[in-house]
Write a new protein. Structure first.
Length: 231
């Protein structure tokens, strides 16, 4: 539906091609993943975008794979990672991998872009080895739809599937995942405002970039969902 939107303009204006803070957040996401499951040999990033996360996985010695609907994104990702990359509509076509193939599958800010997110979750379960982990980040749909907050959050026309935690837990359970952990991210840095962080950097002051978690999910803009396939 939106595959023609994921072109150079999308990645320059919305995704921001050269964004050092996003790269730092992806490094933190890898640390978060490794803290959940240490022995990851083969990893798949669905909606891999520019391939930066897979590049960090390469450095960790993992065998890497990536799928993305955007031909432009794949062309950039080829410069950032050694991964096996494929242009693929992950929400429509069965993924081109055998059952029980990966130790970990990741989808960072992807499910909200896919109408058939349930299909993506089921495919992740299929290609994971027993005991494998599926790590997802997605906007907290309940918060994004809030009449108070929706005008304060950045608008992305490709966010077509914003759901709340109850919906996601139900979808993961239906797919077969039996161990589901959720954390809420309230900010992706401190101070919270990127413009203020940039100003502090220009003054030589230190800032923090990375997810700041809170147990109060109702105030968190992003959900981190870690789900394990049954052993």
């Amino acid at each position: 539906m939106f595959k023609n939107l994921y072109d150079r303009k999308y990645f320059e204006e919305i995704h921001k091609i050269d964004n050092p803070e996003r790269k730092q957040i992806l490094k933190k996401n890898l640390e978060f993943l490794v803290s959940k499951k240490i022995n990851i040999r083969k990893i798949l990033d669905v909606g891999c975008g520019l391939g930066e996360f897979l590049g960090y996985c390469d450095e960790s010695g993992m065998k890497t794979y990536g799928l993305d609907i955007s031909e432009f994104a794949i062309s950039i990702a080829q410069k950032n990672t050694k991964a096996h990359l494929k242009k693929w509509d992950i929400g429509k076509k069965r993924w081109l991998f055998e059952n029980n193939f990966f130790d970990a599958v990741c989808a960072f800010d992807v499910l909200e872009h896919v109408l058939r997110a349930d299909f993506v979750i089921k495919e992740a379960y299929r290609v994971l080895k027993k005991g494998g982990i599926f790590l997802v980040t997605t906007p907290n749909g309940g918060l994004e739809k809030s009449s108070i907050l929706k005008n304060l959050l950045p608008y992305d026309p490709t966010h077509i599937n914003l759901k709340n935690l109850k919906y996601w837990k139900n979808s993961f359970t239906k797919a077969g995942f039996n161990n589901i952990e959720v954390k809420g991210c309230v900010f992706f840095g401190f101070p919270p405002m990127p413009t203020l962080r940039n100003k502090m950097r220009s003054l030589g002051l230190g800032v923090y970039v990375g997810p700041i978690f809170s147990n109060l999910l109702s105030i968190c803009g992003t959900l981190y969902i870690a789900a394990w396939r049954r052993k």
